[in-house]
Design a protein around this ligand. Sequence first.
Ligand SMILES: [Zn+2]
Ligand SMILES: [Zn+2]
Length: 124
Amino acid sequence: MRNESRTNKGKERIFEVISNSDIPLTVYQLSELTSIPVPTVYRNVGILEMEKKVKSFTLEGVNYFYESGKHLHYFKCEICGKFVPIKTCEINEENIEKLINGKVTEHLVIFFGICKACLEEGKV
Ligand SMILES: [Zn+2]
Ligand SMILES: [Zn+2]
């Protein structure tokens, strides 16, 4: 019983952090941000995904978690790996629906390139 409630508290805390983040987070980042051990985070994001509260995508072998239904656009630096949230949306879901003859429920857009800091440091 005590274990059960501790797990739930951990799960709630993990969801809160994912929900409040404007960039997608890895299990390791979630572990750092919540001070919850990696295996516990791993188990809980799995449960949150099953509950459809959280979704994930895999990029270069790394899983990133974000809140379901959130409107998401990111820029990812190919040099330092940093994600930058993009607050505008140029995507017309109605046009996409016409192309696929279906219904769009959400979208996830990731732009790749070189961030300001990496450009300035001449890492290119
Ligand atoms: Zn960078
Ligand atoms: Zn959008």
